[in-house]
Design a binder for this molecule. Sequence first.
Ligand code: ZN
Length: 137
Amino acid sequence: MKFLKALNSVVNNKCPRCHEGDVFKDKNPYRLKNLYQMHAHCSHCNLHYEREPGFFFGAMFVSYALAAGWFMVWYIIQNLFLNLDTLEFAVGLVISIVIMSPLSLRWSRLIWMNFFFAFDEKLAKGNGPKHPVNSAV
Ligand SMILES: [Zn+2]
């Protein structure tokens, strides 16, 4: 269940602690001029998203894991359905990674945040006033 709650936060661009406030200002990751624009704090629980300077540097490792996971999925798809030669496989992989990179960037940051901020049921929908404390973990 904890995994599903974190997945809900990641897929829906929601604060990892309350699942109410948006993390990124624009919900569409493919509007590239707004790709990196994040809210500093959660509008619902006031969680400060960037715990420390350079906090999102660690999201780079998550992004790498997502790309590696996609490589495996692409490999399985290619073996089961497409039967491409090596060059076609590589070109398809690169094109698909480039197309998914805005989504990967956002998901990697949201996954990274979910490693450090636990979901708090008390702060979820309709529970209590805005929370001024910025507690981590
Ligand atoms: Zn929140």
